[in-house]
Design a protein around this ligand. Structure first.
Ligand code: ZN
Length: 311
């Protein structure tokens, strides 16, 4: 069945790129509502920004949603991953600024807040998107692919010149609470040279190395108390992919393969899937399908200690 939250939950933080304080409140919503942002700092006009693939303005650094009136919300991928990973299908997200708070750079705070608030079952089946034939897109040496599967599997491969990152690959079946257990505490990362160029362009102004981002500089790593996983970067890329895929409008049954892919390419992939005749169909999940959705079988005690500890 579809899920929402048992009560509202508030997250206070700063925007990674804006550096500005922001308050985000997740509120319960009824079956069929879906996930929608609402800009509470804007008094007039259409302030609703639905979390859907066709509202994405493709940007290299984060996922930004824009409505028909030009009202936007940026850096939605980590909260979208947290909601998808916990199996929350309906929520209204009130936000008093243009960018989701970065928290510790992962989805850990969001997963912790959702699980402590509690998940409410609703009396309606989940609508999911089942991939029926392979679709692949490529750009600039990166590839993103969706293959048919009866569950969601995310496979990712990265290859960085920074020796502390190097080549990393991981494949994960998202059933049985795997997102919260394996991915949710992996933080966003970048290279030192990227920080300097982003800040020169007025971006990453809220970034604090080791606090809300892991920064790699050749063999050096600024990671706070150390990396949370030896392959934390590829796990974060998988987290991003889950968040970006959830903009399909519901859970996806398919095998995603990202090779050096980013937010923009995963969105290009979703656009290609929906534009390819016979590539995807909307399904109303029966009990067997529901049991294979991310978020089913989530167990608090299995969540990484970093995710349970974050304040
Ligand atoms: Zn990310």
């Amino acid at each position: 069945m579809q899920n929402t939250l048992k009560a509202s939950v508030t997250f206070d933080g700063v925007g990674l790129h804006s550096g500005k304080p922001v308050r985000m409140i997740l509120k319960p919503a009824s079956a069929g509502h879906g996930i929608c942002f609402r800009r509470t700092d804007i008094a007039l006009g259409n302030t609703m920004v639905p979390a859907l693939w066709d509202r994405v303005e493709r940007t290299p650094l984060c996922t930004r949603l824009v409505n028909a009136s030009g009202v936007s919300v940026s850096t939605v991928e980590h909260i979208m991953a947290g909601l998808a990973g916990c199996g929350i299908h309906n929520v209204m997200i009130d936000i008093d600024g243009p960018e989701v708070p970065i928290m510790d750079g992962s989805s850990a705070h969001f997963v912790r807040g959702i699980m402590q608030t509690g998940i409410q079952r609703l009396a309606a089946p989940v609508t999911a998107y089942q991939i029926l034939k392979p679709v692949s897109v490529s750009h600039d040496g990166a590839t993103a692919t969706l293959l048919p599967s009866n569950r969601l599997t995310i496979e990712f491969h990265i290859d960085f010149a920074e020796t502390a990152i190097g080549r990393q690959s991981k494949t994960l079946d998202l059933r049985n609470g795997a997102f919260a257990r394996e991915l949710c505490d992996s933080r966003t990362f970048c290279r030192r040279v990227d920080v300097e160029s982003m800040q020169a362009n007025g971006l990453a102004l809220g970034g604090v190395p080791g606090e809300n981002a892991v920064v790699f500089d050749g063999p050096q790593v600024e990671s706070g108390a150390g990396l949370r996983h030896s392959d934390e970067p590829v796990r974060h890329k998988m987290l991003d992919a889950l968040g970006d895929l959830s903009l399909a409008g519901g859970p996806v049954f398919g095998h995603y393969i990202g090779e050096r892919a980013g937010h923009s390419l995963t969105n290009t992939l979703l656009r290609a899937v929906f534009a390819t005749p016979g590539a995807v169909r909307q399904v109303s999940c029966d009990a067997a399908m529901t049991a294979r959705l991310p978020g089913q079988g989530l167990v608090w005690a299995e969540i990484p200690t970093d995710a349970r500890r974050v304040a």
